[in-house]
Design a protein around this ligand. Structure first.
Ligand SMILES: *Cc1c(COP(=O)(O)O)cnc(C)c1O
Length: 367
């Protein structure tokens, strides 16, 4: 049996009858950039997370960058985030001219360790970006309490965490704004690039709307200079068709995670993901840890079970961030996870047979 790491085709098959007419409508009306389909999606996405505003942008990276930009963060400033994330989180900081400052993660949730946050704050700290990694929200109550004490805004990187919750509230409701990615493989994926910012702050929303469209509200009148971070009409239509099913897909991911957890418990030296009892984890990824990671990955590939590494080299050890001056040993929890983490196949359409086959292939390896 072949088990892909993600299967975008399976989902498309179930949507085709609705997707093709929705995309055709964009072609027929020529609303290729922004337009009604994007506006409708923005309203629906904001509502799905209990938020007032959603601003559609080109990518999740754009979403992070435009929020920091709108907050006037730039050269000479510092922004605190984690080293254990996709590089886009740190790039968004670098793009403003500010310096990324990393803290280590919690060994159970794999998200920003609030106990280490306060020590990283300096007079130059202008924002904190916790990452809701793998679909698990960071410890938002503690992070917000520390940030408020210092008057520092929190920007949530929710690129992997659509519909995730902490203390019964959706991600995006904690910080001044949140960034979402609609990259095809994310829990809510476009058929191309896509991203979105959510916020309840009217002034911030207005500013971000202007920045994404060359600083203009009225065509060829530019109050400030911005950039082109607009979302395509076709992507708005695709996302609009998919959004009503997101909760169902999320529940399916949660069932698959529960099934993996039941079946993998006690196999070899494997450490399984822990869902915080304050969180609703949406399992963008299902990441296990083992000291035999490379050998297990090769064994699974030989059985046609495809896995991923998220992420094998922490940001503080990347050549791109050499100039920050970090060295191996600075973030031990991050470094250990980078060496031992293995992402198992995870997508909504995964079948019980596929899960059973992945588990029996892992069992075979540990025998
Ligand atoms: C995917 C992702 C991003 C960037 O999103 P793009 O849409 O690919 O630009 C940022 N942060 C995290 C944690 C991500 O997983």
């Amino acid at each position: 049996m072949k088990v892909p790491f993600v299967d975008l085709h399976a989902q498309y098959q179930s949507l085709k009858h609705e997707m093709l007419p929705a995309v055709e409508k964009i072609m027929e009306t020529s609303q290729f950039i922004l337009g009604k389909a994007v506006e409708d999606f923005e309203k629906q996405f904001a509502a799905s997370h209990g938020m007032k505003h959603c601003i559609g942008v080109g990518t999740g990276t754009d979403a992070l960058h435009i929020v920091l930009w709108a907050l006037n963060i730039g050269s000479g400033d510092e922004v605190i985030t984690v080293s254990h994330t996709f590089i886009a989180t740190a790039e968004a900081i670098s793009l403003t001219g500010a310096k990324p400052v990393f803290v280590d993660i919690d060994p159970e949730t794999y998200t920003m360790n609030p106990a280490l946050l306060e020590k990283a704050i300096t007079p130059k700290t202008k924002a904190i970006i916790p990452v809701h990694l793998y679909g698990q929200p960071a410890a938002m109550a503690d992070i917000i309490a520390i940030a408020n004490r210092h008057g520092i805004p929190v920007v949530e990187d929710a690129c992997q965490a659509h519909l995730a919750q902490y203390d019964g509230r959706f991600v995006g409701q904690f910080g001044v704004a949140a960034a979402f990615s609609f990259y095809p493989g994310k829990n809510l994926g476009a058929y191309g690039e896509g991203g979105g910012v959510t916020t309840n702050d009217d002034a911030l929303a207005k500013k971000i709307r202007m920045l994404r469209d060359h600083g203009s509200e009225k065509k060829y009148h530019h109050a400030v200079w911005g950039h082109n971070y607009r979302l395509d009409g076709i992507q708005g239509a695709v996302l609009g068709v998919k959004l009503p099913r997101l909760n169902e897909w999320t529940e399916a991911r949660r069932r698959h995670a529960a099934q993996y957890t039941r079946l993998l418990n006690g196999l070899g030296d494997m450490v399984l993901p822990q869902e915080s009892n304050r969180a609703r984890h949406v399992y963008h990824l299902f990441v296990v840890q083992t000291q035999h990671r490379e050998a297990l990955q090769a064994h699974l590939a030989s059985r046609e079970v495809f896995t991923g590494l998220h992420y094998p080299l922490p940001l503080h050890l990347q050549d791109a961030y050499k100039d920050l001056g970090y060295t191996r040993g600075d973030f031990p929890v991050t470094e250990r996870l980078a060496e031992r983490g293995l992402s198992l196949p995870m997508f909504s359409e995964l079948t019980d047979e596929q899960i059973a086959y992945v588990v029996s292939s892992i069992g075979e390896f540990f025998d």
